[in-house]
Write a protein that binds this ligand. Structure first.
Ligand code: ATP
Ligand code: MG
Length: 219
């Protein structure tokens, strides 16, 4: 049987339990063999922010996923350098794993902006997408995307938690919409907490917390 590989891209600045719990949930729901965590090199949408080096963000991912045999760190975007575009990453992964089925995992907040991504139509045709609920965002918001328009009723049912999953066979490709247990955690909030001297305990793995303190990140 062909390998089923999930891809979770992100800045991971820093990685937290929202990412880890989401990846584990998708692994089970979609019966994936493993999930690749792909830290971006220069995130195209975040050039104004001063961020820790790619090596540091990678190190935090490595610490966070250690011990989970189904989670793997991929340095594909950091190695490529330059702007990290998902379409380039997926094309490269397809080349490396020609027989694999790829599932690109994003939170609702990211997917709402899909039409601004480089070659987004091609990207959707290259792999399936898995879009996850995230606090503060509703699936109904996706109706503004032309190929999601017709799914309004189903999106509404997801938001009301009457459905846990909707699979859309769109003109662009297959999109799995998943209502998963919500974790109200974001890297932005964690960075702000560190700056303000507030606790970040239980928002991310202890090893990552220790790394942040030791390396004086976000201070
Ligand atoms: P930032 O606040 O810096 O944007 P973030 O918490 O959104 O950080 P990212 O690295 O931007 O983390 O996220 C990578 C991917 O994981 C995105 O697709 C994002 O939507 C998803 N994601 C992050 N946190 C959660 C969460 N708590 N629940 C569901 N999805 C999440
Ligand atoms: Mg984000």
């Amino acid at each position: 049987m062909s390998q089923r590989i999930g891809i979770l891209g992100g800045t991971f600045n820093p990685i937290h339990y929202g990412h880890l719990a989401a990846a584990e949930e998708v692994l089970g729901r979609l019966k994936l063999d493993h999930v690749l965590f792909v830290p971006s090199f220069l995130p195209p949408h975040k050039q104004d922010e001063v961020i820790p080096s790619a090596a540091q963000r990678q190190e935090m991912v490595a610490l966070a996923i250690a011990g989970n045999p189904h989670f793997t760190l991929s340095d594909i975007e950091v190695k490529r350098e330059g702007m990290s575009y998902s379409v380039d990453t997926v094309a490269e992964l397809l080349h490396l794993h020609p027989a694999a089925e790829l599932y690109f995992i994003t939170g609702l907040d990211s997917f709402l902006e899909i039409q601004t991504w480089k070659e987004w139509e091609r990207l959707l045709s290259l792999c399936s997408f898995v879009v996850l609920s995230r606090p503060g965002y509703s699936f109904t918001g996706l109706t503004s995307i032309d190929f999601m328009h017709k799914a309004a009723e189903k999106l509404h049912s997801l938001d009301r938690k009457e459905l846990a999953r909707v699979v859309l066979e769109t003109s662009r490709g297959t999109v799995y919409l998943e209502q998963i247990p919500l974790y109200d955690i974001s890297s932005t909030d964690i960075r702000q907490r560190v700056r303000q001297g507030r606790t970040i305990k239980y928002l991310l793995p202890e090893r990552v917390e220790t790394y942040i303190i030791k390396n004086k990140l976000y201070g």
